[in-house]
Design a protein around this ligand. Structure first.
Ligand SMILES: Cc1cc2nc3c(=O)[nH]c(=O)nc-3n(C[C@H](O)[C@H](O)[C@H](O)COP(=O)(O)OP(=O)(O)OC[C@H]3O[C@@H](n4cnc5c(N)ncnc54)[C@H](O)[C@@H]3O)c2cc1C
Length: 318
């Protein structure tokens, strides 16, 4: 196994990691990016992005390729490798990837999150086309179209609230009789939409039916009376849970509902984790915004937080 040393390591290759790294390398800091198996992160899974400032329309993969080339332009070392074990009790820290053994002083965790999806055939083919898990990102592509929204928690209702401005042809499917969402939000949404929102309660999706490009129909089934229906759709939005990629750090860093706990709400207001030399950015710590631009901005904030914490260290080296 090859040993690599770097002053700073960042895990992940989404917007937060690249932003942090670009700021850091411009301060002449020695940095390595370990990309993970999903080089470019979640945005590579979507088709068109219309809410990245300065570009009218850009493919997700193309935007992330731009980040990648910008990082290469600054000679940042990028390892396309996955971390499978980490030891944060040592000094310096150690991480193990499939090919390397990394030793480093500071760690920026940018491992993002993933949206739970259904375990159904053909699903991956339509994700980023007309299956989505972000109404703000993709809702506008389905203006006045027939939209199905799946879920019953806070994030489902927040997204539903947004989609109600986009279309009046929406069906909400929930497998339970009870919505997990907070009551105020449910009231707000139903008050706004009671005359046109259709509900399919106690239903679950059985099958996706579509062509090579788009999902056209979903087959749904009722848990209790076994009634099966086939519904024509233009878009499906799935909100059945979002899981931060924090499993690696369990037992070593403080987590809250699987999100890495930062000191953002305390007096110091920083992206420092429960261990001083470790910071995090992006969706692995963000339970609120979950956008590319906010992930990117937290990468920038993490850079300044790192500078603040280790002022003396950096002033010696920069
Ligand atoms: C389908 C879809 C469409 C979207 N559309 C938009 C949009 O239009 N506009 C918008 O603003 N946002 C959109 N988003 C949200 C946006 O993609 C995220 O907010 C953003 O990518 C989060 O960035 P991040 O830096 O936290 O990391 P992520 O993009 O989540 O990337 C995480 C990185 O960590 C790496 N990683 C994870 N575990 C390990 C490990 N063990 N070892 C090494 N590396 C690891 C992964 O390989 C990956 O590179 C969309 C998301 C999805 C899923």
């Amino acid at each position: 196994m090859i040993i690599k040393y770097s002053q700073i390591i960042t895990i992940g290759s989404g917007p937060s990691s690249y932003t942090f790294s670009i700021y850091a390398v411009r301060s002449n800091l020695n940095i390595i990016i370990i990309s993970g198996k999903n080089l470019g992160g979640q945005l590579t899974k979507t088709n068109i992005i219309e809410n990245w400032p300065s570009t009218t329309r850009i493919r997700g993969a193309e935007l992330m390729l731009n980040f990648y080339y910008q990082a290469l332009n600054f000679n940042i070392e990028i390892y396309i490798d996955e971390i499978y074990s980490i030891d944060l009790l040592t000094n310096p820290f150690i991480v193990f990837s499939k090919k390397f053994f990394f030793i480093f002083e500071f760690l920026i965790i940018c491992t993002g999150s993933f949206h739970k999806i259904l375990k159904l055939k053909n699903q991956n083919k339509y994700i980023g086309k007309n299956i989505s898990n972000c109404a703000v990102c993709d809702g506008n592509f389905f203006l006045k179209k027939k939209i199905i929204i799946l879920g019953g928690g806070d994030s489902c209702f927040e997204n539903l609230n947004y989609l109600l401005n986009i279309s009046k042809n929406i069906i909400l499917i929930n497998r339970n009789k009870i919505f997990k969402c907070n009551f105020d939000l449910i009231k707000k949404v139903f008050f706004k939409s009671h005359s046109f929102l259709r509900l399919k309660i106690n239903y679950y999706i059985l099958e996706f039916i579509g062509d090579d490009y788009f999902l056209k129909y979903i087959k749904i089934k009722n848990f209790y009376n076994f009634c099966v229906k086939i519904i024509y759709i233009n878009a499906l939005f799935i909100f059945i849970g979002n899981i931060p990629n924090s499993k690696l750090f369990k037992g070593q860093l403080k987590l809250k509902k699987n999100y890495i706990l930062t000191r953002r709400d305390s007096y110091s207001n920083s992206l420092k984790t429960s261990i001083n030399k470790i910071l995090c950015a992006g969706e692995v710590q963000d339970f609120l915004y979950k956008q590319a631009i906010t992930s990117s901005s937290s990468g920038c904030a993490a850079y300044f937080d790192l500078l603040k914490i280790y002022k003396k260290f950096f002033y010696k080296n920069v």
